[in-house]
Ligand binder design. Structure first.
Ligand SMILES: Cc1cc2nc3c(=O)[nH]c(=O)nc-3n(C[C@H](O)[C@H](O)[C@H](O)COP(=O)(O)OP(=O)(O)OC[C@H]3O[C@@H](n4cnc5c(N)ncnc54)[C@H](O)[C@@H]3O)c2cc1C
Length: 418
């Protein structure tokens, strides 16, 4: 068994892992990235559409171009990159922490380190997760798998397509499948509003005349050997209108019904998860409940834009470096999810530093008011012209905003949308 030591090990070589590792290297710590695929870049490598990088690079890039730009920043660093290497198990309570990896080059590899950054991304929910009734014919794919087949393997999985769920991957695949000559008959969404970004509704559905059925449930996948159609039932006032159900003939169904942070490893390592995000609970330094284990990117919470992934992961890498230098958060307050907020990340704020918080709303609303309360008193409010669950909201809280919490026993900061 090959053994090596690093100050820090980053699990996952997507945008998040690369950005976090760069910060640790810059701070002078030895660092390794472990990536199970053969190249760095993560999910970006299969996203050949543009729309990436407007914030980070001030230009519109494709996914692979964005990944390349982030990877270029690693040139000249001493970061050790292990591709085709999977972290199988970790022991994080002892010092040093131990990671057991399987590597195509080395076989079993045991890494010891003082600190771990979790950056394993997320994976797609599948048919089993949403329990669509019907037969089990061939022709049902998750949208991300179909994207990989079309964009990387050069295989088009069908001709007549129905997409279930209006998440961003499904919307992007509606356009992609149209471009490769398929007929996309419909996108079907159970909610009364789309789950994906507005720009993707416009550019991927409206521009291609693809109908979007909101408030419609897929009640059956029809077909014995191969998909022959899907039965769709409208929902009105919360009730299924069975008498209005209809069938859309198709040979392929793509599912775009949500992403789940990939935290099997984290759970085994004793990392506590937030039930709303399925990602780790983290403090103001983006550290989990396990000392020296940090988390960032889609493994922490599912982001809409990679630019935010990189921003958050740089912060995680920088605070991980500070942790290695001995810094510990001194004055923190718990963040509480208030009315109409689905989640906030991180779960704590530092009362003596500038805090960046990402949150998602539970509602679609115009002229909304984002309100921050410290121990029930409003300390900050911000008008938002439009909010919707698919778009992450950014919030900055400075020491001045939070000064009412200083000295209070167990201070609580609540974020609500009205
Ligand atoms: C289809 C799709 C379209 C998108 N479109 C846009 C867009 O237009 N604009 C935009 O800004 N953003 C878009 N995004 C979002 C953005 O691409 C992602 O949020 C971002 O790239 C996620 O980065 P990450 O590093 O957190 O995760 P990932 O890119 O998923 O990277 C995680 C990495 O960890 C590795 N890994 C996991 N477990 C292990 C293990 N045990 N051992 C070793 N390695 C492991 C994985 O192989 C993977 O490479 C899109 C995302 C998808 C899926």
């Amino acid at each position: 068994m090959k053994e090596m030591y690093f100050d820090a090990v980053v699990i996952g070589g997507g945008a998040a892992g690369m950005a976090a590792a760069q910060e640790l290297d810059q701070a002078g710590f030895s660092c390794a990235i472990i990536e199970r695929e053969e190249q760095l870049g993560g999910i970006l490598t299969q996203c050949i559409h543009n729309g990436f990088g407007l914030i980070e690079f001030k230009e519109e890039l494709t996914g692979p171009e964005f990944a390349e730009r982030v990877e270029e920043r690693l040139q000249g660093t001493t970061i050790r990159i292990f591709t085709a290497t999977t972290v199988m198990e970790m022991e994080t309570t002892a010092d040093p922490k131990l990671l057991y990896c399987y590597s195509a080059q080395w076989g079993i590899l045991r890494l010891s380190c003082r600190l771990v950054v979790l950056a394993m991304g997320c994976r797609e929910r599948n048919r089993g997760n949403i329990r669509i009734p019907g037969d089990r014919p061939a022709g049902v794919y998750t949208a991300g798998l179909a994207q990989r087949l079309v964009n990387i393997e050069g295989y088009v999985p069908g001709k007549d397509i129905v997409i279930i769920g209006s998440g961003d991957i499904g919307l992007i695949m509606a356009r992609r499948m149209s471009w490769v000559g398929c007929k996309v008959h419909a996108v079907v969404e159970i909610l009364p509003y789309p789950s994906g970004l507005t720009r993707n509704i416009v550019q991927c559905l409206n521009d291609f005349d693809i109908p979007l059925y909101l408030s419609h449930l897929t009640t059956n996948i029809i077909g014995r050997d191969r998909v022959e159609g899907v039965e769709i039932t409208p929902i009105e006032n919360g009730a299924l209108m069975h008498e209005k159900a209809f069938t859309i003939p198709c040979d392929t169904v793509l599912l775009s019904v949500g992403l789940v942070p990939e935290n099997e490893l984290s759970k085994v390592a004793g990392v506590e998860l937030n039930p709303m995000t399925n990602g780790p609970q983290v403090d103001s330094m983006l550290m989990t409940n396990v000392p020296g284990v940090f988390a960032c990117g889609n493994v922490l919470h599912v982001h809409d834009l990679v630019d935010y992934v990189v921003e958050e992961s740089r912060r995680a890498g920088a605070s991980a470096a500070q942790w290695l230098k001995g810094r510990r958060p001194q004055h923190e307050a718990r963040l509480k999810v208030g009315a109409n907020v689905r989640y906030v990340a991180p779960g704590r704020v530092d009362l003596q530093a500038d805090n960046k918080i990402y949150l998602r709303s539970l509602i679609v609303k115009n002229d909304a008011l984002l309100e921050v309360k410290v121990n029930s008193r409003v300390v900050k409010s911000q008008k938002k012209s439009h909010i919707q669950p698919s778009e992450m909201i950014e919030l900055h809280l400075s020491p001045k905003d939070l000064e009412a919490a200083i000295g209070a026993p167990d201070p609580l900061v609540e974020i609500a949308i009205n």
